[in-house]
Design a protein around this ligand. Structure first.
Ligand code: OSB
Ligand code: MG
Length: 377
């Protein structure tokens, strides 16, 4: 369903941007690299009545996608912020249209849209969940587990998350760390809800290895091939019984439509940052729901800002699989919001306050800031 009731426009006076370096509780390793500190951009929309917060979920290096923090910083300050400020009065639903002439840079666009959306909803006293069409007040919480030193360490790690109550485990895989790691987790924990994420580390030449994963009865395999390999994903899907889920490839509602038409995916991971914002994410949710395709909410190691918005998104009716909407302490010892998300009975609560429904901890924000800039009308 499209937005039942659009938000009122806000009068934009400026944007404040910060690059944060937030330490992770432990290094996070994927097929594309290891991170020990989350470098991320937070955006504050400065408005006449209180303002709002957004998060640009780029990573320091362009390894997950072509976007990266310094590139997002440049395009947001040089082009996107000024284009929105030129309009003065902007409704959240207009942000994507105003930024449409600029190609790509969807994470940067998403961060600005979220800041405007939060400002508009806070001004009206409306929670983001209610605005998007949430039908749940809490969402089941899955956890994404990075590649560990060896399969034994992975089993120990996964066991810890299961003890905490996470209802679904996702393990990262890469060539050489796939079948053995998955077998170790299955052997140790039996029929837990389990899925794997390759972050595009394979090619069609690896089909025999990927087919070996079929015997583990996984919920899905996420993004085995490259971002632009839609046709190869469709071919691979005919060779596997494990459902193929796309993450990196789904950069827009159009890309989702194309992927479904080609048979390249039978499940979709929706990340608002990757697709250019929560409204584009909603459009993908709607089209997948119409097509009978299950979706789940992905994550980008968001701080409490993006995590709050993800919980609201994951509460929509088409999100029928547990998402990577884990508690704040999965990644952070200290978050930048005053009430970081916690795990309760394997679930995370959908915030109910106006806008994102979370408040920024100004001391933490300041402590993690490594760069700051403000642009004004
Ligand atoms: O592929 O889902 C991914 C983190 C950074 C970049 C890409 C991915 C991930 C994760 C973490 O798997 C998910 C989370 O934020 O909990
Ligand atoms: Mg992924």
């Amino acid at each position: 369903m499209p937005i039942a009731s659009p938000a009122a426009p806000v009068t934009l006076e400026g944007f404040e941007f910060r690059v944060l370096h937030v330490p992770l509780v432990a290094p996070f390793t994927t097929s594309f690299g290891t991170e020990s500190v989350r470098e991320v951009i937070v955006v504050r929309a400065l408005t006449s009545d209180g303002g709002g917060w957004g998060e640009i979920v780029t990573q320091a290096d362009p390894l997950y996608s072509s976007e990266y923090t310094q590139g997002a910083w440049d395009v947001a300050l040089r082009f996107f912020g000024p284009a929105l400020l030129d309009r003065g009065s902007v409704a959240p639903e207009e942000v994507a249209t105003i930024l449409e002439p600029f190609k790509g840079h969807r994470m940067a666009k998403a961060g600005l849209e979220l800041a405007v959306l939060d400002a508009a909803l806070r001004a009206q006293g409306r929670p983001l969940g209610e605005y998007l069409g949430a039908v749940r007040d809490r969402v089941p919480s899955g956890v994404s587990v990075g590649i560990q030193r060896d399969p034994a360490a992975l089993v120990e790690n996964v066991g810890g998350y299961l003890d905490e109550g996470y209802v679904r485990i996702k393990i990262k895989i890469k060539p050489g760390r796939d079948v053995g790691d998955t077998a170790a987790v299955r052997d140790a924990f039996g029929a837990i809800p389990l899925q794997v994420d390759a972050n595009s580390a394979y090619t069609l030449a690896d089909v025999d290895t990927l087919a070996e994963l079929d015997r583990f009865d996984l919920l899905l395999i996420e993004q085995p091939l490259q971002e632009d390999d839609l046709v190869d994903h469709a071919t691979l899907a005919t060779r596997l019984t494990t459902p193929v889920c796309l993450d990196e490839s789904i950069t827009s509602a159009k890309a989702a439509t194309d992927a479904l038409a080609l048979g390249a995916a039978s499940v979709i991971n929706i990340k608002a940052g990757r697709v250019g914002g929560y409204l584009e994410a909603l459009a993908i949710h709607d089209l997948c729901r119409d097509a009978g395709i299950p979706v789940w909410c992905g994550g980008m190691l968001e701080t409490g800002i993006g995590r709050a918005a993800n919980a609201a998104l994951a509460a929509l009716p088409g999100f029928t699989l547990p998402g990577d909407v884990s508690a704040s302490d999965r990644f952070y010892l200290r978050d930048i919001v005053t009430e970081p998300a916690v795990l309760e009975d394997g679930h995370v609560r959908v915030p109910t306050g106006p806008g994102l429904g979370v408040d920024i901890d100004p001391v933490a924000l300041e402590d993690f800031t490594v760069a700051r800039d403000v642009i004004r009308r």
